[in-house]
Design a protein around this ligand. Structure first.
Ligand SMILES: Nc1ncnc2c1ncn2[C@@H]1O[C@H](COP(=O)(O)OP(=O)(O)O)[C@@H](O)[C@H]1O
Ligand SMILES: [Mg+2]
Length: 254
């Protein structure tokens, strides 16, 4: 079943004197339960694409449909409800609230939804254990490493079991052990809860956990790979081949 449809979107930044075409006519669909990685060099438009889907940014033209509803048209309360109930985002710069502990940051969305405190506690303990952040739950963001903040931000995004998880370079600040933990948690959510995931990454290892990889260059779709029956390692080497053609930096991906 089709969950997301991106239909001929374009995004320009700036004005007449200095115009950047960040997205240049991109269309694709994502089915419920897919795990899609978006890859491309720095500046290719990955963050812009994700931000348009998450409604943080507005498209210049084109449409984006989630479950058939045009989300580029949402406003006010409907927009807030859509973000709160359907999406989980993991931002490139974490976006944790500095005056709240890790525990409070993670629990916020569930509290707003009116989930009972004992259930909140149980869910947080479980996700914290899976992401290896149990020891930092009482800490404030300034007391955590970049990798810990990233995992707290990830826990916050997935704790509500959202329909669509959007993650911008979620493993960018993580060491390889933490990256694996997070990617395995994504795979688990994808397989057990049929969560649909879109993950922006420039890292071929991270992308190899996905079921499909969309490569973008200069704001356009350049290529697409579907994992099919391939194991993760075979898929990884196919991704590396495309990245080499794309001229991306593959040295940090192995
Ligand atoms: N707020 C902005 N104002 C102007 N230009 C921007 C803005 N955000 C991104 N861009 C430009 O849009 C292009 C795509 O950026 P981005 O989506 O951040 O790429 P990526 O995430 O792939 O590195 C780049 O040329 C970038 O400089
Ligand atoms: Mg980016």
């Amino acid at each position: 079943m089709e969950l997301l449809k991106v239909d001929q979107i374009e995004k320009y930044y700036g004005n007449k004197s200095s115009l950047t075409k960040a997205i240049d006519d991109i269309s694709f669909s994502v089915n419920q339960g897919e795990f899609v990685a978006i890859m491309g060099a720095s500046g290719s438009g990955k963050t812009t694409l994700l931000n348009c889907i998450s409604t943080i940014d507005h498209v210049t033209s084109g449409h984006i449909y989630l479950e058939g509803n045009d989300i580029t048209k949402l406003k006010g309360k409907a927009l807030n409800r859509f973000r709160r109930e359907k999406l989980g985002f993991i931002f490139q710069d974490f976006n944790l609230l500095d005056t709240l502990t890790a525990y409070e940051n993670i629990s916020l969305a569930l509290s707003i939804q009116g989930v009972h405190q004992s259930e909140i506690d149980q869910r947080i303990r479980k996700v914290a254990e899976q992401l290896g952040i149990t020891e930092v739950l009482k800490k404030y963001p300034y007391q955590m490493s970049g990798g810990q903040k990233q995992r707290v931000a990830s826990a916050r995004a997935i704790i509500t079991n959202p329909k669509l998880i959007l993650a911008d370079e979620p493993t960018g600040a993580l060491d390889s052990k933490s990256s694996r933990m997070l990617l395995e948690r994504f795979s688990y959510l994808n397989q057990e809860y049929k969560a649909t995931i879109m993950m922006v990454t420039h890292d071929s290892f991270s992308a190899s956990y996905a079921s499909r990889v969309i490569f973008i260059r200069d704001g356009k779709i350049y290529h697409e790979l579907v994992r099919g029956e391939d194991g993760r390692k075979e898929f990884f080497s196919k991704i590396i081949d495309v990245m080499t053609l794309l001229g991306g930096d593959v040295s940090d991906a192995v």
